[in-house]
Design a protein around this ligand. Structure first.
Ligand SMILES: [Zn+2]
Length: 222
């Protein structure tokens, strides 16, 4: 499965070969797992009202630990992945932001006073809520946030998590930060889409289990 292929504009139109987490097996480009543990066809399909517009560092497309591709797999109609490039303005994403039907938020921790002022309490409105999630390591996400002028006028939604992240696939992940799919799961709860949130959470747990088994070349039997 090559879900990056065929997107237009600044959406990702190149097929990236996801790196292998084990030398024993090829990686599935759909879910990022070794082919023996591919979970592409185990994905329930949801179609959420909340839109996910994921702005991603290019490096993410090679990383098997990327979780944005899982969001796209389970929620294809409401998820778009855009590639961030330092020298290029993501025109397709900006077009989305300018559309009347949506009210757009950027998901980011209000880590200083200036950002605290831009932080809003999310409320349901008639408009479709769209959430820009910055995808990358914490360092990359911060860089994207800092360099994107078009994000500066958008209200910030911060995820108040009351549990620890289950995401332990990357070294040096800052404590307390959620990974991309965990953020999406919380956003869906916030938007009252509890069933979809649960489906996404179950799928994420399945991914973690298969990833960890895959690192040692084991097949998950079920
Ligand atoms: Zn797969």
């Amino acid at each position: 499965m090559e879900f990056f292929k065929g997107d237009k504009g600044d959406k990702v139109d190149k097929v990236y070969k996801v790196k292998q987490i084990t030398s024993l097996y090829e990686t599935c480009n759909g879910c990022g797992l070794p082919i023996i543990n591919c979970i592409c066809d185990k994905s329930p399909k949801v179609s959420t009202r909340a839109q996910f517009w994921i702005l991603s560092s290019e490096r993410e497309f090679y990383r098997p630990s990327n979780t944005a591709r899982l969001i796209k797999l389970i929620n294809p109609d409401s998820t778009e992945i855009f590639q961030w490039e330092r020298t290029k303005i993501p025109t397709e994403l900006i077009k989305n932001i300018d559309m009347e039907d949506y009210t757009t938020f950027v998901v980011f921790p209000a880590e200083n006073e200036e950002l605290e002022k831009r932080k809003v309490q999310f409320e349901l409105t008639k408009k479709i809520p769209a959430f820009i999630i910055l995808d990358g390591t914490w360092k990359e996400a911060r860089k994207i946030f800092r360099k994107c002028d078009f994000l500066k006028s958008l209200p910030i939604v911060s995820i108040e998590q009351n549990y620890a992240s289950d995401y332990d696939l990357r070294k040096g992940a800052a404590e307390g930060n959620l990974c991309t799919i965990e953020a999406a799961i919380e956003i869906l709860k916030m938007n009252g889409e509890l069933d979809s949130s649960q489906d996404m959470d179950d799928y994420y747990k399945l991914f973690l289990e298969n990833y960890k088994a895959g690192v040692s070349g084991h097949k998950v039997r079920r």
